[in-house]
Design a protein around this ligand. Structure first.
Ligand code: 3PG
Length: 207
């Protein structure tokens, strides 16, 4: 799968931290119905692999990715449960080697021109810009656009609906990621109606 295909029309990637396996399917369904084509489940809870497995099996129309990949071993683990792509806050050569050996499309993270150039040298023209807001935000992406015109980014970290719109207006931003449309409070409460509203607003951004 090409990384541009994972978005399925929307330009927002919800970054989800959840330890609730039971809510995996209703969450994915509600986001998909709101017009969000992909979901990134972060490997930050013991339940993450089961959540990915559930969504991949039960909500096949939703493209499910795995986030917070940090170790080479994570690649096989997320592939085995059905993740279609991986996202990482940064990169190591071991992680990229593992992803390439397993044919797992990756959005590795970078926050400096040298990291961005290194990733591009390894074949990654699409990169996560993380942590976007504290690493320089929109002015940073504008500044690197001229000397690094080959690259496009998925800024993530500290982004809300208002900032997302501003990021998505930049020519070198393909999509934005963030947890603002699946906040912990609403996830814990199982308030899929409220999440659906946030997601529907997010799905319209940058169109
Ligand atoms: C990530 O994993 O990409 C970020 O932690 C998500 O950032 P946010 O919670 O600030 O949106």
């Amino acid at each position: 799968m090409e990384l541009t295909e994972v978005l399925q029309g929307s330009r927002v990637i919800p970054v989800v931290v959840t330890d609730d396996i039971d809510s995996a399917v209703p969450l994915a369904e509600c986001l998909y119905e709101a017009g969000i084509g992909t979901i990134e489940i972060t490997l930050r809870t013991d339940a993450a692999l089961d959540v990915i497995r559930q969504i991949a099996a039960e909500v096949p129309q939703m493209v499910v990715g795995a986030g917070s990949l940090r170790e080479a071993e994570h690649v096989a683990a997320v592939k085995s449960v059905g993740a279609s792509y991986g996202v990482a806050p940064g990169y190591t050569d071991a992680l990229l080697d593992a992803a390439e050996e397993s044919d797992l499309p990756m959005i590795p993270g970078a926050a400096s021109p040298s990291e961005m150039m290194h990733l591009y040298e390894r074949g990654y023209a699409l990169q996560k810009f993380f942590p976007a807001e504290v690493a320089g935000g929109i002015p940073f992406l504008k500044a690197v656009g001229a000397p690094l015109p080959e690259l496009s980014f998925v800024p993530t970290g500290g982004i809300d609906a208002r900032l997302a719109e501003e990021y998505l207006a930049l020519p070198n931003v393909l999509a934005v990621g963030g947890s603002w449309l699946t906040p912990k409070k609403l996830l814990v409460a199982g308030d899929f109606e409220a999440i659906g509203k946030l997601a529907a607003d997010a799905a319209r951004l940058g169109m």
